[in-house]
Design a protein around this ligand. Structure first.
Ligand SMILES: NC(=O)C1=CN([C@@H]2O[C@H](COP(=O)(O)OP(=O)(O)OC[C@H]3O[C@@H](n4cnc5c(N)ncnc54)[C@H](OP(=O)(O)O)[C@@H]3O)[C@@H](O)[C@H]2O)[C@@H](O)CC1
Ligand SMILES: Nc1ncnc2c1ncn2[C@@H]1O[C@H](COP(=O)(O)OP(=O)(O)O)[C@@H](O)[C@H]1O
Ligand SMILES: [K+]
Length: 467
């Protein structure tokens, strides 16, 4: 479980936030005391009287651990500390000096039912040393409950890369803000349930986890054209475009058109079909001023007329959602194609498509932001850790969703839900966040082992939860 609407800060941003707190008159010891209090509170809640083993590393994560040890012992709990080295000068050293209970070395440590991991937090710079990782993993495996302070030790807090973190951590108590590593890559499987402790730092950087959108019921004088008109362009594999079109309908669009050379005639009669002969015909149709959003790419194919359709969609200067094969056609030229566009664009690549289009380094958040800046588009970088970024630097992350989404066609559904949000007037990363949330919720409502068509009927139920 991951908190919704929670701020996300990198290690560097945490240091800046910490400096701002110090500048406001709060001491280093006071901030560490607040962090340790939060750790003690949550640990006591889960320990329910069981003996506790606290691992204290050499940095400030270890300092938090010493504070928690002192406070838990004061509450009458049976606490033992494992010190993995001398704490660094400053608050961590002072907190160690205030701990007067049992302390052992790592290799002499005996497992206890409750384990608190205060080895390393945002300061982890390299993989855990092999012996340390083995003992930590063993203590964790033998504990009945493990809580990690701030970040599981052995997880890169900026990227989620696995630097030796054990499996089996039950709760991670994030201090002040979530870290990218909680949400990305290996972090998704290492943190257990994530809780967020408020320690009084200002954490507003414009990066946060996705939350439930606030949607609106059509107003009294709404009509089909005022509720968003979506055009989905059909290509070589028409099923994909159908999924997008049906998803746009159940996500609240007033009017959805499936446009193709021979548009599919089955399915709901409310879906409007529009036949066109050539890409010039398509370009003319897309000039229609009632169109609010165009989806191109699901099942488009890359041969034949696909390139002409892409050019027609660009020429129309309507809000455009590009997915699947349209992204492959853009390839490494996405930035030059997109920079001249006036109307807004959303690109929805999965990681394979993203890597083929862009060559950026860094965490998934940094790479997605770089792609948004390079193209001027809002990027929805899909996956179990879906990262959405705008050119202006806003970031939303939707992680920990239903892994049953890993089935063909669910991306086409997302493109349709996104088009419905865009057509109804939602902008940039806000539209992406709403679409990703509705999509994730519909998947949950569809339960296990669904296929993409199944989740479409649950989208309107998800919409209903946002009114
Ligand atoms: N900022 C805030 O707002 C607040 C921060 N707080 C807390 O501080 C934490 C960050 O503390 P931190 O910066 O001291 O880093 P931390 O993770 O304890 O470890 C660094 C130490 O480990 C060492 N080291 C690194 N990698 C290693 C390895 N693989 N194997 C072995 N050693 C390794 C490294 O030394 P080095 O060997 O690199 O010289 C250094 O001594 C943060 O997560 C939160 O818990 C709260 O108290 C309050 C608010
Ligand atoms: N393991 C997973 N956990 C959560 N969501 C996932 C997982 N795998 C895929 N998804 C989501 O499912 C959708 C898959 O999209 P995509 O890869 O484009 O598939 P397709 O092209 O078949 O439609 C995306 O929204 C993605 O975020
Ligand atoms: K930790």
């Amino acid at each position: 479980m991951i908190p919704a609407n929670a701020p996300i800060l990198t290690a560097e941003q945490m240091v800046d936030a910490e400096q701002a707190v110090f500048a406001s008159g709060v001491s280093q010891d006071e901030l560490m005391e607040r962090a340790g209090e939060a750790v003690a509170r949550e640990t006591a809640r889960f320990a329910m009287g069981r003996p506790i083993l606290i691992l204290a590393g050499p940095g400030n994560n270890g300092g938090d651990a010493y504070v928690a040890a002192r406070l838990l012992q004061r509450e009458g709990l049976d606490v033992s500390v494992v010190a993995t080295g001398a704490p660094k000068a400053g608050a961590a050293e002072r907190m160690q000096a205030l701990w007067h209970g049992a302390t052992t070395s790592l290799y002499a440590a005996r497992p206890r039912p409750v384990l608190v991991d205060g080895l390393f937090g945002t300061g982890l710079m390299r993989p855990l040393e092999r012996g340390l990782a083995a003992v930590f993993a063993d203590l964790c495996a033998q504990a009945e409950f493990t809580l990690s302070i701030d970040v599981p030790s052995g997880l890169d807090s900026d990227t989620g890369a696995d630097l030796g973190a054990p499996a089996g951590i039950d709760v991670t108590l994030a201090l002040g803000a979530l870290k990218p590593g909680h949400l990305l890559d290996a972090g998704l499987e290492r943190c257990g349930r994530i809780l967020l402790a408020d320690i009084g730092i200002d954490s507003d950087t414009g990066w946060r986890t996705a939350g439930r959108p606030q949607l609106v019921t059509p107003h009294a004088h709404s009509h089909k054209y005022s509720r968003g008109l979506v055009v989905v362009i059909e290509g070589a594999m028409p099923g994909a475009a159908r999924l997008s079109a049906l998803a746009a309908m159940t996500a609240g669009s007033g009017y959805v058109v499936l446009a193709g050379e021979k548009p599919w005639q089955g399915g709901p009669d409310a879906l409007v079909r529009r036949a066109f002969g050539t890409s010039t015909d398509l370009a003319e149709f897309l000039e229609w001023d009632r169109i609010d959003a165009v989806v191109l790419g699901p099942g488009l194919g890359r041969d034949g007329n696909a390139d002409g359709y892409l050019r027609a969609a660009f020429a129309a200067e309507k809000p455009l959602i590009l997915d699947g094969d349209a992204l492959s056609l853009l390839g490494t030229n996405a930035a030059s194609w997109l920079q001249s566009r006036q109307a807004p664009t959303w690109l929805t690549p999965h990681s394979g498509e993203f890597d083929r289009m862009f060559g950026f380094d860094g965490s998934k958040i940094e790479r997605t932001l770089a792609a948004a800046r390079a193209t001027g588009a809002t990027i929805v970088h899909k996956g179990a850790d879906t990262v959405m970024a705008s050119p202006k630097g806003a970031v939303r992350v939707l992680a920990g969703g239903s892994s049953w989404l890993s089935t063909a066609g669910t991306g086409d559904v997302l493109a349709g839900v996104l088009a419905a949000q865009v057509a109804q007037g939602s902008k940039g990363v806000q539209a992406a966040e709403a679409a990703a949330w509705l999509h994730g919720r519909a998947a949950r409502l569809a339960g296990p082992a669904f296929y993409a068509d199944d989740m479409i009927k649950h989208i309107s139920e998800a919409v209903g939860e946002c009114l």
